[in-house]
Design a protein around this ligand. Structure first.
Ligand code: NAD
Length: 484
């Protein structure tokens, strides 16, 4: 499909109570192509009253949706999965246009993001409780699961489809109605997804979408409204903290998928071919803009030179460009601020003694690009080891033994994911116990899967999305005692 025809087909309004409606103020916001800076489309820019209208719709639909047969809920999700597959090329192109990732990566996200619809279509009919005698033998204990109630979902810009389906699918499967607010930078994919749900016959009000350039002003009244029962947020730890404080006033159930600072450990007994493949996938996918992106490469001294040589050789082969161009392997960053941040982190590391092996510059072209970069000899105290880089910069630190590697890896406020490369099963198992992260890749650089519980420990957040665990974020257990 032509880019212009595709953009034309994307709704430009808010989706509230099954209708496509303009913002009450009539305001619009513009969505840009990060590879060119061009405006892709103008869409409705919601204000606080629109947000409350969307919550009204979710509340009005809540009881009926909770009472809908699980099989029916599952089949609607499955219908959305099937339609998404039919439209996969359009959705992939749309993500590349608004977010910048190369088309092949967008296709990968359609596959991954779609799986949440299929997985939770199957989980909807498997919500179960338990029944048994109480220890005293005086009665029976029944534990059933009820939908938690209307949920507000806030998603980031880096995975426009998967972050939406990872929340919408378990919520709907559990019997909750939702209001979703996508990131202002990449709202088009969520609008397209809402149209898919509308086409498969999702009842009005079950899914509502608000797009806005005033996220804080629109979100706060929704979170403060006592009819809301759940907040699920994916984004930065800083915003997550603000939202948790707001949610505490209403004692809301919250799920928080926050930032990461993933260590990538290469031990002396690692298979270097696997390590290099894993490193490139864990670092450069999405141009490094993933919460799961490897941020700190910790490499044993005995293999460090060879690892750096091989990684650098492969990185020079990357082709930077607009994600729609054939052969492009690394796309733009989301905006100019992201380029400034990557560059500032590299300059800080260099000022403290690190060496740039490849890249380290802004290429001379329009759009928000930064060269794929490898930096070695990064010194303790460098900002690049503390902050999420969120860019195509691979920073290497050398270690001498396992204890040092573990202590460096855990030396962060974050705890989302770690990657470990070793051919020793014993060591791999030790790392499962010793690394403070919610997830780990053992000899692999990309681990996300709809069937697995995704989430972190420490300041990477609370709760899990995906897997058998994911639906429980939207369910409340209810215990009943029946005397006998
Ligand atoms: P962000 O925190 O700036 O924004 C995330 C979302 O929150 C957006 O929709 C934004 O509009 C909204 N928002 C911002 N301020 C708000 C406020 N005061 N009230 C209500 N909503 C507000 O994050 P981002 O830049 O969009 O995304 C990148 C961050 O997301 C990184 O830190 C990354 O690690 C994290 N992330 C985490 C996961 C995960 O699963 N753990 C997945 C993807 C991204």
């Amino acid at each position: 499909m032509l880019e212009s025809a595709l953009l034309e087909s994307v709704p430009d309004s808010l989706f509230i109570a099954g209708d496509w409606v303009a913002a009450e103020s009539g305001r619009t916001l513009e969505v840009f192509d990060p590879a060119t800076g061009d405006v892709l489309k103008s869409i409705a820019d919601a204000g606080p009253t629109d947000g409350i209208r969307a919550l009204d719709a979710a509340v009005a639909a809540a009881l009926e949706w909770a009472a809908t047969a699980p099989r029916v809920r599952g089949e609607l999700l499955r219908g959305a999965f099937d339609l998404l597959q039919q439209r996969k090329d359009e959705v992939a192109l749309l993500m590349t246009l608004e977010m910048g990732k190369p088309l092949a990566e967008s296709a990968g996200e359609v596959a991954y993001g779609g799986e949440f619809l299929r997985w939770f279509s199957e989980e909807a009919v498997r919500i179960s409780g338990r029944y048994g005698r109480n220890p005293e033998g005086t009665g029976h204990m029944l534990v059933s699961q009820r939908p938690v109630g209307p949920a507000f979902l806030i998603t980031p810009w880096n995975f426009p489809l998967a972050m939406a389906t990872r929340k919408i699918a378990p919520a709907l499967a559990a019997g909750c109605t939702v209001v979703i607010k996508p990131a202002e930078l990449t709202p088009l994919t969520t609008l397209y997804l809402a149209r898919i749900f509308s086409e498969v016959g999702l009842p009005a009000g079950v899914l509502n979408v608000i797009t806005t350039s005033s996220s804080a002003e629109v979100s706060a009244p929704i979170i403060a409204d006592s009819r809301l029962r759940k907040l699920s947020f994916t984004g930065s730890t800083g915003v997550g903290r603000v939202l948790m404080k707001q949610a505490s006033d209403n004692v809301l159930r919250t799920s928080m998928e926050l930032g990461g600072n993933a260590p990538f450990l290469v031990f002396e007994d690692a298979d270097l071919d696997k390590s290099v493949d894993g490193a490139l996938a864990a670092k450069f996918r999405n141009t490094g803009q993933a919460c799961t992106a490897a941020n700190r490469f910790l490499v044993h001294r005995s293999v460090a030179d060879e690892f750096v040589r091989r990684v650098a050789e492969r990185v020079t082969e990357f082709r930077l460009g607009r994600g729609t161009e054939p052969g492009v392997t690394v796309g733009p960053l989301i905006n100019a601020c992201a380029v400034d941040k990557a560059d500032t982190l590299v300059q800080d590391a260099v000022a403290r003694g690190a060496a740039v092996v490849v890249g380290g510059r802004r290429p001379a072209r329009t759009g928000s690009f930064y060269e794929p970069t490898v930096v070695t000899g990064v010194q303790p105290g460098s900002d690049i080891l503390r902050e999420e880089i969120f860019g195509p910069v691979l920073a290497i630190v050398v270690f001498d033994d396992e204890d040092e590697a573990v202590s460096l890896a855990n030396d962060t406020e974050y705890g989302l994911v770690s990657y470990v490369f070793t051919e020793s099963l014993d060591r791999g198992q030790r790392m499962i116990d010793r690394l403070d992260t919610g997830m780990m890749g053992l000899n692999v650089g990309v681990i996300s899967n709809a069937a697995a519980p995704f989430g972190g420990v420490k300041q990477s957040g609370l709760g899990r999305e995906g897997g058998a665990e994911g639906i429980h974020e939207y369910l409340s257990p209810k215990y009943t005692l029946i005397p006998s």
